[in-house]
Design a protein around this ligand. Sequence first.
Ligand code: NAD
Length: 411
Amino acid sequence: MSDNRMRCAPDQRLADAYLCQAREAAETGAEWPSPSLASPVRRLAVVGAGTMGQGIALCALAAGLEVRWLDKSPQALERGLQRLRQSLEQAVARGRLAATARDERLARLHPTTEVSELSDVDAAIEAVFEDVAVKQAVMAQLHAVCPAHALFISNTSTLDIDALAQGCGREGQVLGMHFLTPAHVTPLVEVVRGRATAHATLATARALAQALGKLPVLAGNAWGFIGNRMFEGYLREVDALQLEGTPAERIDQALEAFGFALGPCRTLDMAGTDLVSQVLAARALQFPHAPAYRRVTRRLAELGRFGHKSGRGHYLYEGRTARADPDLARVCAEEAQALGIAQKPCASDEEIVARCVGPLVQEGRALLAEGMACRASDIDLVWVLGYGFPAARGGPMHMAAVVDGTTLSAA
Ligand SMILES: NC(=O)c1ccc[n+]([C@@H]2O[C@H](COP(=O)([O-])OP(=O)(O)OC[C@H]3O[C@@H](n4cnc5c(N)ncnc54)[C@H](O)[C@@H]3O)[C@@H](O)[C@H]2O)c1
């Protein structure tokens, strides 16, 4: 996408009308099996009491479900419980939740470290570490104790649903539901269908997502699904810009001025460069001749510059306050030199935005061509509702159509 065309002022009314149609298309699309195939989910297991497990448990409690909350580590379970209680207390303090509703929700929550206590659930959502072997082991454990009708749902960010289902004993009842962080707030979930996922499983997962207050969008089973595959293309360009000498704070400022809720370098520091690098290790195998691939992110992780959690990443942190880190330029320059990349910082904000948003559109088009997304407007919903893309621009696919002088139908 050219820099000049990026200057196009957003047409908020056009974008609003488009996103409304997009939602209707996602809700009524022929990709979903008949709702009559869905089974009720009244008791839900949430496996993992980390960041995502806590958000999913909060959603399920708000939706009136009985929740069995499992973590293998008593300490992690206790930390998760403390955070969950804090979140409910905050809602009460802000007048958004009655104290009686808080108590009633907590009474429906059953924390445990014993998988045997999940013997009566209708479905289990796993949010354990992003590792195929760990997730497969969890599925096998669940299969041994859960009722025969129970669905197994993975909240994986990137992994192959078929590989996770393999050997679990009920492949037809396995699928992905990719909640976005914070899981109790973000209004959308990507539903990922595996090769063996049965129609009834898909219908039940869709109904569950709706009961949890989420808009379900169907995504194909390929690395990163819709959202993270595109995000990776965007962040690849952010990394390349830094190797070329464009400072992190300039990249963030340009993309925040464009309308993103948070710049990409701040986002990476929030997620943790260490965790992101673990995911990238598997992804890097798909770019065998690209030593520059996400080099800055990986280098920051090697240097222990994980982001917020270590007080230093792309920025220096005092609490939540970020300050530009002059030393980052040296790290990027050293990496560029080792890779033979000439440093030539971006001249304009328009160029930064065009470089980063361009891959979003390219990856979006590839997802459509590969049949991994049902429609361009689903991609826009994922980006606007899940990744902070400016709603006034209607999403990357809508924006690209507008700057090309065409219109995109949300059907
Ligand atoms: N954090 C995000 O922004 C985000 C967003 C979407 C999806 N996800 C995905 O959600 C999953 C969880 O991510 P997270 O950030 O919550 O991780 P986390 O590290 O915060 O929490 C994982 C929890 O799982 C527990 N655990 C590990 N193995 C277990 C087992 N065998 N049985 C029971 N509990 C076990 C750990 O003790 C830990 O408490 C990952 O697959 C991740 O890719 C994360």
